[in-house]
Write a protein that binds this ligand. Structure first.
Ligand code: NDP
Length: 290
Protein backbone atom coordinates (compact mmCIF):
# COMPACT_ATOMS: atom_id res chain seq x y z
CA UNK A 1 0.00 0.00 0.00
CA UNK A 2 1.20 3.50 -0.77
CA UNK A 3 0.22 5.01 2.59
CA UNK A 4 3.08 5.92 4.93
CA UNK A 5 2.69 4.19 8.31
CA UNK A 6 4.55 4.97 11.55
CA UNK A 7 4.95 3.12 14.82
CA UNK A 8 5.87 5.02 17.98
CA UNK A 9 7.02 3.02 21.03
CA UNK A 10 8.99 -0.16 20.36
CA UNK A 11 8.56 -1.88 23.72
CA UNK A 12 7.59 -5.50 24.42
CA UNK A 13 4.46 -5.08 22.27
CA UNK A 14 5.41 -2.36 19.79
CA UNK A 15 8.67 -3.93 18.64
CA UNK A 16 6.85 -7.09 17.60
CA UNK A 17 3.77 -5.33 16.20
CA UNK A 18 5.72 -2.94 13.97
CA UNK A 19 7.66 -5.87 12.52
CA UNK A 20 4.64 -6.94 10.42
CA UNK A 21 3.96 -3.60 8.75
CA UNK A 22 6.64 -3.69 6.00
CA UNK A 23 4.95 -6.78 4.52
CA UNK A 24 2.01 -4.57 3.52
CA UNK A 25 3.27 -0.96 3.49
CA UNK A 26 6.19 0.22 1.37
CA UNK A 27 7.21 2.95 3.85
CA UNK A 28 7.17 2.19 7.59
CA UNK A 29 8.75 4.71 9.97
CA UNK A 30 9.60 3.75 13.55
CA UNK A 31 10.53 5.92 16.51
CA UNK A 32 11.50 4.95 20.04
CA UNK A 33 12.61 7.06 23.02
CA UNK A 34 15.73 4.91 23.31
CA UNK A 35 16.61 5.43 19.66
CA UNK A 36 18.99 2.43 19.35
CA UNK A 37 15.92 0.17 19.50
CA UNK A 38 14.46 1.92 16.44
CA UNK A 39 17.77 1.52 14.60
CA UNK A 40 17.86 -2.17 15.52
CA UNK A 41 14.24 -2.55 14.35
CA UNK A 42 15.16 -1.00 11.00
CA UNK A 43 18.00 -3.51 10.64
CA UNK A 44 15.84 -6.45 11.72
CA UNK A 45 12.67 -5.71 9.72
CA UNK A 46 13.36 -3.17 6.96
CA UNK A 47 11.58 -0.27 8.67
CA UNK A 48 13.04 3.27 8.75
CA UNK A 49 14.25 4.70 12.07
CA UNK A 50 13.20 8.36 11.94
CA UNK A 51 12.85 11.38 14.18
CA UNK A 52 9.60 11.73 16.11
CA UNK A 53 8.71 14.71 13.91
CA UNK A 54 9.05 12.59 10.75
CA UNK A 55 7.06 9.76 12.34
CA UNK A 56 4.23 12.24 12.91
CA UNK A 57 4.12 13.02 9.17
CA UNK A 58 2.60 9.63 8.24
CA UNK A 59 -0.92 8.72 7.09
CA UNK A 60 -1.44 6.22 9.90
CA UNK A 61 0.45 6.61 13.16
CA UNK A 62 0.41 3.75 15.68
CA UNK A 63 1.52 4.34 19.26
CA UNK A 64 2.03 1.81 22.06
CA UNK A 65 3.34 3.51 25.20
CA UNK A 66 2.85 2.63 28.87
CA UNK A 67 0.21 5.25 29.74
CA UNK A 68 -2.17 7.81 28.28
CA UNK A 69 -0.12 10.49 30.02
CA UNK A 70 2.93 9.46 27.98
CA UNK A 71 0.89 9.69 24.76
CA UNK A 72 -0.56 13.09 25.68
CA UNK A 73 2.92 14.47 26.40
CA UNK A 74 4.20 13.32 23.00
CA UNK A 75 1.20 14.58 21.04
CA UNK A 76 1.44 17.98 22.74
CA UNK A 77 4.89 18.50 21.20
CA UNK A 78 4.00 17.38 17.68
CA UNK A 79 2.92 18.75 14.33
CA UNK A 80 0.85 15.84 12.94
CA UNK A 81 0.06 15.49 9.23
CA UNK A 82 -3.47 16.81 8.50
CA UNK A 83 -5.75 13.95 7.44
CA UNK A 84 -3.72 11.40 9.43
CA UNK A 85 -5.23 8.84 11.83
CA UNK A 86 -3.51 8.28 15.18
CA UNK A 87 -4.17 4.68 16.30
CA UNK A 88 -3.29 4.51 19.99
CA UNK A 89 -2.64 0.91 21.08
CA UNK A 90 -1.66 1.96 24.60
CA UNK A 91 -3.93 0.50 27.32
CA UNK A 92 -5.13 3.95 28.30
CA UNK A 93 -7.67 6.10 30.09
CA UNK A 94 -11.10 6.71 28.45
CA UNK A 95 -11.17 10.39 29.48
CA UNK A 96 -7.81 10.93 27.80
CA UNK A 97 -9.14 9.43 24.53
CA UNK A 98 -12.06 11.89 24.62
CA UNK A 99 -9.65 14.79 25.22
CA UNK A 100 -7.28 13.75 22.44
CA UNK A 101 -10.00 13.13 19.85
CA UNK A 102 -11.36 16.64 20.45
CA UNK A 103 -7.92 18.32 20.37
CA UNK A 104 -6.76 16.49 17.26
CA UNK A 105 -10.01 17.10 15.38
CA UNK A 106 -9.10 20.82 15.40
CA UNK A 107 -5.95 19.86 13.45
CA UNK A 108 -7.87 17.61 11.02
CA UNK A 109 -6.34 14.50 12.61
CA UNK A 110 -8.44 11.50 13.69
CA UNK A 111 -7.71 9.60 16.90
CA UNK A 112 -8.73 6.03 17.73
CA UNK A 113 -8.27 4.43 21.13
CA UNK A 114 -7.25 0.96 19.94
CA UNK A 115 -5.78 -1.09 22.80
CA UNK A 116 -4.88 -4.69 22.13
CA UNK A 117 -4.93 -8.04 23.91
CA UNK A 118 -3.13 -11.28 23.15
CA UNK A 119 0.21 -10.74 24.94
CA UNK A 120 3.61 -10.53 23.26
CA UNK A 121 3.03 -13.88 21.54
CA UNK A 122 -0.08 -12.40 19.87
CA UNK A 123 1.98 -9.39 18.77
CA UNK A 124 4.60 -11.73 17.33
CA UNK A 125 2.06 -13.85 15.46
CA UNK A 126 -0.16 -10.90 14.42
CA UNK A 127 -3.15 -12.49 16.17
CA UNK A 128 -3.97 -9.60 18.50
CA UNK A 129 -7.49 -8.50 19.38
CA UNK A 130 -8.11 -4.78 18.82
CA UNK A 131 -10.94 -3.12 20.80
CA UNK A 132 -11.45 0.24 19.15
CA UNK A 133 -13.22 3.43 20.19
CA UNK A 134 -13.74 6.49 17.99
CA UNK A 135 -15.54 7.45 14.78
CA UNK A 136 -16.78 4.68 12.49
CA UNK A 137 -15.23 6.48 9.51
CA UNK A 138 -11.73 6.61 11.06
CA UNK A 139 -12.12 2.97 12.12
CA UNK A 140 -12.92 1.89 8.54
CA UNK A 141 -9.95 3.86 7.15
CA UNK A 142 -7.50 2.42 9.71
CA UNK A 143 -8.91 -1.12 9.51
CA UNK A 144 -6.56 -2.46 6.78
CA UNK A 145 -3.51 -1.42 8.84
CA UNK A 146 -4.90 -2.92 12.05
CA UNK A 147 -5.70 -6.13 10.16
CA UNK A 148 -1.99 -6.53 9.46
CA UNK A 149 -1.39 -6.79 13.23
CA UNK A 150 -4.46 -8.56 14.57
CA UNK A 151 -7.18 -11.13 14.03
CA UNK A 152 -10.30 -9.78 15.75
CA UNK A 153 -10.60 -6.04 15.11
CA UNK A 154 -13.76 -4.65 16.70
CA UNK A 155 -15.24 -1.17 16.78
CA UNK A 156 -16.76 -1.14 20.28
CA UNK A 157 -18.16 2.41 20.41
CA UNK A 158 -17.36 6.10 20.65
CA UNK A 159 -14.08 7.57 21.85
CA UNK A 160 -12.90 5.94 25.10
CA UNK A 161 -14.92 2.73 24.64
CA UNK A 162 -11.85 0.76 23.51
CA UNK A 163 -9.86 1.80 26.60
CA UNK A 164 -12.84 0.96 28.84
CA UNK A 165 -13.17 -2.55 27.36
CA UNK A 166 -9.44 -3.16 27.77
CA UNK A 167 -9.45 -1.98 31.42
CA UNK A 168 -12.40 -4.23 32.27
CA UNK A 169 -10.81 -7.18 30.45
CA UNK A 170 -7.57 -6.79 32.39
CA UNK A 171 -9.48 -6.34 35.64
CA UNK A 172 -11.29 -9.63 34.99
CA UNK A 173 -7.97 -11.29 34.19
CA UNK A 174 -6.52 -9.93 37.47
CA UNK A 175 -9.55 -11.24 39.39
CA UNK A 176 -8.94 -14.70 37.89
CA UNK A 177 -5.24 -14.43 38.76
CA UNK A 178 -5.95 -13.56 42.41
CA UNK A 179 -8.62 -16.27 42.62
CA UNK A 180 -6.28 -18.90 41.14
CA UNK A 181 -3.44 -17.93 43.52
CA UNK A 182 -5.81 -18.09 46.50
CA UNK A 183 -7.14 -21.46 45.33
CA UNK A 184 -3.65 -22.83 44.76
CA UNK A 185 -2.44 -21.58 48.18
CA UNK A 186 -5.42 -23.26 49.85
CA UNK A 187 -4.83 -26.58 48.08
CA UNK A 188 -1.08 -26.52 48.81
CA UNK A 189 -1.71 -25.84 52.53
CA UNK A 190 -4.17 -28.72 52.50
CA UNK A 191 -1.42 -31.06 51.26
CA UNK A 192 -2.77 -31.46 47.72
CA UNK A 193 -0.44 -31.66 44.68
CA UNK A 194 -1.20 -28.32 43.08
CA UNK A 195 -0.29 -29.21 39.49
CA UNK A 196 -2.47 -32.34 39.56
CA UNK A 197 -5.26 -30.34 41.18
CA UNK A 198 -5.12 -27.78 38.36
CA UNK A 199 -5.29 -30.54 35.74
CA UNK A 200 -8.70 -31.36 37.26
CA UNK A 201 -9.70 -27.68 37.51
CA UNK A 202 -8.73 -27.17 33.86
CA UNK A 203 -11.23 -29.87 32.90
CA UNK A 204 -13.86 -28.32 35.18
CA UNK A 205 -15.82 -25.11 35.66
CA UNK A 206 -13.09 -23.26 37.61
CA UNK A 207 -10.78 -23.01 34.59
CA UNK A 208 -9.73 -19.79 32.84
CA UNK A 209 -6.84 -18.55 30.68
CA UNK A 210 -5.00 -18.02 33.98
CA UNK A 211 -5.33 -21.66 35.09
CA UNK A 212 -4.72 -23.20 31.65
CA UNK A 213 -1.84 -20.97 30.56
CA UNK A 214 -0.43 -18.47 33.05
CA UNK A 215 -0.04 -20.69 36.13
CA UNK A 216 1.47 -23.71 34.30
CA UNK A 217 3.71 -21.68 31.97
CA UNK A 218 4.88 -18.99 34.40
CA UNK A 219 4.26 -19.88 38.06
CA UNK A 220 4.36 -23.69 38.57
CA UNK A 221 7.61 -23.86 36.57
CA UNK A 222 9.03 -20.75 38.36
CA UNK A 223 9.80 -19.14 34.96
CA UNK A 224 8.06 -15.77 35.59
CA UNK A 225 9.17 -14.51 32.12
CA UNK A 226 9.03 -10.71 31.86
CA UNK A 227 6.53 -10.01 29.06
CA UNK A 228 3.88 -7.86 30.75
CA UNK A 229 4.86 -5.81 33.78
CA UNK A 230 2.84 -6.15 36.98
CA UNK A 231 3.03 -2.34 37.26
CA UNK A 232 1.21 -2.08 33.90
CA UNK A 233 -1.50 -4.45 35.16
CA UNK A 234 -1.85 -2.30 38.30
CA UNK A 235 -2.28 0.72 35.99
CA UNK A 236 -5.06 -1.12 34.12
CA UNK A 237 -6.89 -2.29 37.24
CA UNK A 238 -6.65 1.31 38.50
CA UNK A 239 -8.36 2.53 35.30
CA UNK A 240 -11.14 -0.04 35.79
CA UNK A 241 -11.66 1.03 39.42
CA UNK A 242 -11.78 4.70 38.35
CA UNK A 243 -14.59 3.80 35.90
CA UNK A 244 -16.52 2.09 38.72
CA UNK A 245 -16.12 5.13 40.96
CA UNK A 246 -16.92 7.67 38.21
CA UNK A 247 -20.21 5.85 37.64
CA UNK A 248 -20.91 5.48 41.39
CA UNK A 249 -21.22 1.70 41.11
CA UNK A 250 -20.86 -0.98 43.74
CA UNK A 251 -18.15 -3.41 42.65
CA UNK A 252 -16.38 -4.76 45.76
CA UNK A 253 -14.44 -7.46 43.91
CA UNK A 254 -12.97 -4.86 41.55
CA UNK A 255 -12.03 -2.62 44.49
CA UNK A 256 -10.31 -5.38 46.46
CA UNK A 257 -8.55 -6.76 43.38
CA UNK A 258 -7.12 -3.34 42.53
CA UNK A 259 -5.81 -3.09 46.07
CA UNK A 260 -4.21 -6.57 45.87
CA UNK A 261 -2.62 -5.95 42.45
CA UNK A 262 -1.23 -2.60 43.60
CA UNK A 263 0.17 -4.16 46.79
CA UNK A 264 1.82 -6.97 44.80
CA UNK A 265 3.25 -4.47 42.32
CA UNK A 266 4.73 -2.40 45.17
CA UNK A 267 6.45 -5.52 46.55
CA UNK A 268 8.24 -6.76 43.43
CA UNK A 269 11.19 -5.31 41.50
CA UNK A 270 10.36 -2.82 38.73
CA UNK A 271 9.66 -4.62 35.46
CA UNK A 272 8.62 -7.92 37.09
CA UNK A 273 6.06 -9.92 35.15
CA UNK A 274 2.38 -9.82 36.19
CA UNK A 275 2.62 -13.51 37.15
CA UNK A 276 4.88 -12.53 40.08
CA UNK A 277 1.65 -11.50 41.85
CA UNK A 278 1.70 -15.18 42.92
CA UNK A 279 4.78 -14.40 45.06
CA UNK A 280 2.74 -12.08 47.28
CA UNK A 281 0.33 -14.94 48.04
CA UNK A 282 3.26 -17.30 48.58
CA UNK A 283 4.78 -14.88 51.06
CA UNK A 284 1.66 -14.12 53.10
CA UNK A 285 0.50 -17.77 53.12
CA UNK A 286 3.98 -19.35 53.57
CA UNK A 287 3.51 -21.71 50.61
CA UNK A 288 5.10 -22.17 47.18
CA UNK A 289 2.71 -22.46 44.27
CA UNK A 290 4.45 -25.22 42.30
P1 NDP B 1 7.17 -1.70 27.59
O1 NDP B 1 7.48 -1.15 28.92
O2 NDP B 1 7.81 -2.97 27.16
O3 NDP B 1 7.50 -0.59 26.46
C1 NDP B 1 7.15 0.73 26.64
C2 NDP B 1 7.58 1.52 25.42
O4 NDP B 1 7.19 2.89 25.60
C3 NDP B 1 9.09 1.54 25.20
O5 NDP B 1 9.33 1.62 23.83
C4 NDP B 1 9.52 2.83 25.92
O6 NDP B 1 10.70 3.40 25.37
C5 NDP B 1 8.36 3.72 25.57
N1 NDP B 1 8.17 4.80 26.55
C6 NDP B 1 8.00 4.69 27.87
N2 NDP B 1 7.78 5.89 28.43
C7 NDP B 1 7.83 6.78 27.42
C8 NDP B 1 7.70 8.19 27.34
N3 NDP B 1 7.43 8.92 28.43
N4 NDP B 1 7.82 8.80 26.12
C9 NDP B 1 8.08 8.06 25.01
N5 NDP B 1 8.22 6.72 25.01
C10 NDP B 1 8.09 6.09 26.21
O7 NDP B 1 5.56 -1.81 27.53
P2 NDP B 1 4.66 -2.84 26.73
O8 NDP B 1 5.06 -2.86 25.31
O9 NDP B 1 4.57 -4.10 27.51
O10 NDP B 1 3.24 -2.11 26.89
C11 NDP B 1 2.90 -0.98 26.11
C12 NDP B 1 1.38 -0.77 26.29
O11 NDP B 1 0.69 -1.94 25.83
C13 NDP B 1 0.96 -0.58 27.76
O12 NDP B 1 -0.08 0.34 27.83
C14 NDP B 1 0.50 -1.99 28.18
O13 NDP B 1 -0.41 -1.93 29.25
C15 NDP B 1 -0.11 -2.50 26.88
N6 NDP B 1 -0.13 -3.95 26.69
C16 NDP B 1 0.94 -4.75 27.00
C17 NDP B 1 0.88 -6.12 26.78
C18 NDP B 1 2.04 -7.03 27.09
O14 NDP B 1 1.84 -8.27 27.08
N7 NDP B 1 3.25 -6.54 27.34
C19 NDP B 1 -0.34 -6.76 26.23
C20 NDP B 1 -1.37 -5.82 25.87
C21 NDP B 1 -1.27 -4.49 26.13
P3 NDP B 1 12.16 3.00 25.90
O15 NDP B 1 12.59 1.84 25.03
O16 NDP B 1 12.96 4.22 25.71
O17 NDP B 1 12.02 2.61 27.36
Amino acid sequence: MTQIVSFIGLGAMGYRMAAHLPQTFSEVRVWNRTFEKAQQHAKDYGTQATSLEEAAQADIIFSCLPTSQDVEHLIATLEIKPGAIWVDCTSGVPASAKKLIAELKLKDVDYLDAPVSGQTIGAEKATLTFMVGGSADAFERALPAMQVLGKLIKHVGDSGAGFAVKAVNNMMMAIHLCAACEGASTLKSHGVNVQEAFECINASSGQSAITTSILPNRVFNRAFPSTFALALLAKDTGIALDLVQENKLSAPIIASTQSLVQAASNLVEAGSDFSTLAKMYESINKVTIE
